[in-house]
Design a binder for this molecule. Structure first.
Ligand code: IPD
Ligand code: CA
Ligand code: CA
Length: 284
């Protein structure tokens, strides 16, 4: 804790309560609209989808936050131009804001569109670049993952802890198939080819935020992915840290809001996973 950050303000219940309220309200609405959305648009590429539900949920969250904290800054996926360069610039511009909410209203839009029930609402609050609150909500399973810096991470009020696997050989590891097929996908595919034979198995369920929550909950041993955005990672980063896990970029350097190539693990397999990605020249 630095001296300018009084515990009663930064760690205050109200930030977390608002984050939970936003995630729950948006999640409920997303679930109600599931299967009945009417507008499907392409963003950066034919692999990058958006519906009116993504936009409406972000609007709902933004308005709720503005009602409670009108001075706070807000970064939401749907308020940013599509594509990796715009995403990277967007977080650069605001990352040292005093209070910054970082929101992915629907992480896993492709799943949402196809009725594959694995998507989430991801909401983080950062104070001068450091994530202080992270909330991820899975409306289909009604699972709410909540972390406050220094206070642990919880699902359904149960404290979470990362899994105990000591090595890749015993691990279940997740990754993704990025929608950026120019830069990120080829690198991630190289990683998949290298990592698949070394782990128990790989999973790619289509919501990076929910994958991070699953690492925190000990359901996955770790994950890596190339080319994510700040809103995919921010909330989950705190869940993983507060559950005793470890986070870095794919080179093993410490996580910060600008990191797009991420490794998040139970800690025990971290060096091995980073090493295997380096060896495969799959760090991005
Ligand atoms: C995507 C999901 C997916 C990941 C992609 C992300 P979106 O987010 O997190 O798991 O592989 O790279 O873009 O577009 O559904 O919010
Ligand atoms: Ca996302
Ligand atoms: Ca999204």
């Amino acid at each position: 804790m630095d001296d300018q950050r009084p515990e009663n303000i930064v760690g205050g219940k109200s930030f977390t309560a608002v984050a939970i309220n936003c995630a729950a309200k948006a999640g409920e609405w997303i679930k109600i609209k599931s299967g009945t959305f009417t507008e499907l648009d392409l963003k950066y590429s034919k692999h990058d989808l958006v519906t009116e539900v993504d936009k409406g949920a972000e609007r709902m969250i933004r308005n709720l936050i503005a009602t409670h904290f009108p001075q706070h800054s807000f970064l939401g996926e749907e308020g940013v131009e599509p594509g990796p360069e715009a995403s990277a610039k967007a977080i650069e511009r605001v990352s040292d804001a005093e209070y910054l909410w970082i929101v992915d209203p629907v992480d896993g839009t492709t799943n949402y569109v196809h009725g594959f029930p694995f998507f989430s609402v991801s909401i983080a609050l950062a104070h001068r670049g450091q994530v202080m609150v992270g909330v991820i909500y899975d409306p289909m399973r009604d699972e709410l993952f909540v972390a406050e810096r220094g206070k642990g991470a919880y699902v359904h009020g149960r404290k979470m802890q990362v899994s105990p696997e000591p090595a890749l050989a015993q691990s279940l590891v997740a990754t993704g198939f990025p929608s950026d097929h120019r830069m990120a996908l080829p690198v991630n595919l190289k990683g998949i080819q290298a990592i698949a034979p070394q782990v128990r198995n790989l999973r790619s369920a289509g919501s990076a935020a929910l994958h991070l929550a699953y690492v925190a909950a000990g359901r996955l041993s770790g994950l890596w992915e190339i080319g994510l955005s700040s809103w995919d990672i921010a909330a989950g980063s705190l869940l993983v840290e507060e559950s005793g896990g470890r986070l870095s970029d794919t080179q093993g350097q410490p996580y910060h809001l600008g990191v797009r190539n991420i490794v998040a693990t139970n800690g025990r397999i971290h060096e091995e996973l980073v090493g295997a990605l380096k060896q495969a020249d799959a760090t991005g």
